[in-house]
Design a binder for this molecule. Structure first.
Ligand SMILES: Nc1ncnc2c1ncn2[C@@H]1O[C@H](COP(=O)(O)OP(=O)(O)O)[C@@H](O)[C@H]1O
Ligand SMILES: [Mg+2]
Length: 265
């Protein structure tokens, strides 16, 4: 199916990704349960929530790889799913889809060609970025978990897409390289790239411009870290998350002490 650019969305300048009432079920499980969001161009959003809260499913809906049971997604003005929009999206899946028998460079070349980018220069640039230049001839099955994450990121970035969806990109990546990844994300955002990064740990949250807290398939809070802390009267983001989820600092239900409203009214 080919998506058509929707002038109403194009007119809304600065909005790169928009979801309205998007839902996805697996049998009885409401993996994504009515999510509305708007991601502004050139910003980094952190999608935070515990395992099973629906982050991966939401990202797959936003990329158009999963079909919603309800609701709509637009990326850069195009209704998803759209084949044509895929060239403008970079998606780093949580579990990588690499060819274990092929070398680092062969994997990268394969995916770059799929995106119409076979240039050696583009490949060298991303390999250098993820510090895999000296492993370009190694078969993927000989790489460590962190190296595979890095290769997967290189594949996501090689066609320089304006919208990036990164599903737990830094899991297994050592701290020094993690810092470099984040400075690269920041440079990309400064150049106008919109980035959504999923994470189940809060320690990367402060590097994001804005956060979306997910729980039980819903976005229970959105805003800057500072806003979310202020709104919940919390000192840190973990506590803010718990308050928004209606839990006390031990993770027990607050009951009629009430949950805090996640969005500004
Ligand atoms: N392909 C699938 N089949 C059945 N259930 C699924 C599938 N994918 C995800 N789920 C369920 O949907 C919920 C959300 O999962 P997921 O989006 O992977 O969460 P997260 O990425 O936050 O860990 C979980 O309950 C998970 O078990
Ligand atoms: Mg996930």
């Amino acid at each position: 199916m080919t998506g058509t650019a929707n002038p109403a969305f194009e007119a809304r300048r600065g909005v790169a990704v928009e979801a309205t009432g998007v839902r996805k079920t697996f049998g009885p499980i409401h993996a994504v349960d009515g999510v509305d969001l708007e991601l502004a161009a050139g910003r980094i959003y952190g999608l935070l929530g515990p395992n099973g809260s629906g982050k991966t499913t939401l990202i797959r809906l936003l990329t158009g790889l999963a079909q919603p049971a309800g609701g709509e997604v637009h990326v850069l003005g195009t209704k998803m799913p759209s084949r044509e929009a895929l060239s403008r999206i970079g998606y780093m899946p949580q579990s990588e889809a690499l060819y274990p028998e092929l070398s680092v460079a062969e994997n990268l070349g394969f995916f770059a060609r799929l995106e119409g980018r076979s240039g050696r220069a583009a490949i060298d640039r991303v390999l250098e970025l993820v510090e895999l230049g000296d492993r370009r001839g190694s078969p993927v099955l000989e790489l460590s978990g962190g190296m595979r994450r890095r290769l997967s990121l290189a594949i996501t970035l090689v066609h320089e897409p304006p919208v990036l969806f990164l599903d737990e990109p830094t899991v297994g990546v050592d701290p020094a390289l993690r810092v470099q990844f984040w400075s690269h994300f920041r440079r990309l955002a400064a150049g106008g790239t919109t980035i959504l990064v999923a994470s189940h740990v809060m320690d990367e949250a402060d590097r994001c411009d804005e956060l979306l807290f997910m729980r039980g398939g819903k976005v229970i809070g959105q805003g800057t870290g500072r806003e979310l802390r202020a709104r919940t009267g919390s000192e840190n983001l973990e506590d803010a998350f718990l308050r928004l989820a209606g839990l006390d600092s031990e993770g027990r239900p607050l009951g009629d002490r009430g949950a805090v409203e996640g969005r500004p009214s």
